[in-house]
Design a protein around this ligand. Structure first.
Ligand code: HEM
Ligand code: HEM
Length: 175
């Protein structure tokens, strides 16, 4: 829980990245479209293309978000009195750290040009198959850790709401 109200920019960045991350983890990790439907290779390729484009677009937004969060965490560390506030601040910091690892390893494991919606083309950063495969394994592992942290995060929000602490109102858009 956070005692400082979030700004409109922070709220927008939170929900923008939350929607993308939940979609990516669900779509890629559960392979739901493969298990539910008999998908063609073309459709699978299209979904991978959209997912890679979306997560690459997320990177600059993530940099802005982490900068704003770093400032917030400094303020909260100074003002937060309750252990639960410090714990929340620690877990949020952990989410940012794991997200950075997911984004960096995602880029480094690419074995082809990073094609962002056919508009921007970023060269493949590494050539050595050893490093590409190592970063792929790190990416998969970091994604699992991120999925667990997100699940814990959502459970914590539900728990706070049930016990009467309206944390969602702090992150939701006010009229
Ligand atoms: C349905 C899904 C989600 C809900 C309901 C939700 C809700 C919230 C709420 C209410 C807060 C404010 C907590 C407070 O006042 O301290 C918050 C903060 C946060 N959320 Fe989420 N969230 C969701 C998904 C995600 C996802 C997918 C991520 C990223 C992987 C994420 C990362 C964060 C982070 C890092 C913060 C701390 C912001 C900061 O203080 O810098 N959330 N979330
Ligand atoms: C927060 C952002 C990201 C999340 C949550 C995420 C999540 C995932 C997940 C869950 C998988 C499936 C792993 C498995 O095989 O079990 C995956 C695979 C993959 N990711 Fe990421 N990723 C992110 C960012 C990136 C970025 C920035 C890139 C590259 C620019 C990238 C490239 C890939 C590629 C190429 C695959 C393999 C896809 C396939 O074989 O269909 N990811 N990602």
């Amino acid at each position: 829980m956070n005692t400082l109200p979030y700004t409109g920019v922070e709220r927008s960045l939170h929900w923008f990245s939350a929607v993308i991350i939940i979609w990516i983890i669900w779509a890629l990790d559960s392979g739901f479209y493969v298990s539910l439907f008999e998908v063609s290779m073309a459709l699978k390729g299209l979904l991978t293309f959209i997912n890679i484009s979306l997560t690459t677009v997320l990177i600059p937004f993530f940099v802005v978000r982490v900068s704003l969060a770093a400032w917030r965490h400094v303020l909260v560390a100074r003002t937060a009195r309750l252990p639960v506030e410090r714990l929340a601040s620690f877990v949020h910091g952990l989410i940012y750290l794991v997200m950075s690892i997911v984004l960096v390893t995602g880029v480094l494991m690419m074995d082809q040009v990073i094609n962002v919606f056919d508009l921007v083309f970023i060269p493949q950063p590494l050539e050595d198959p050893y490093w590409i495969s190592l970063f792929f394994r790190m990416h998969v592992f970091a994604c699992i850790v991120l999925a667990v942290l997100v699940a814990l995060h959502v459970c914590a929000v539900v728990k706070h709401e049930i016990s009467g602490r309206r944390v969602l109102a702090n992150m939701w858009f006010k009229r």
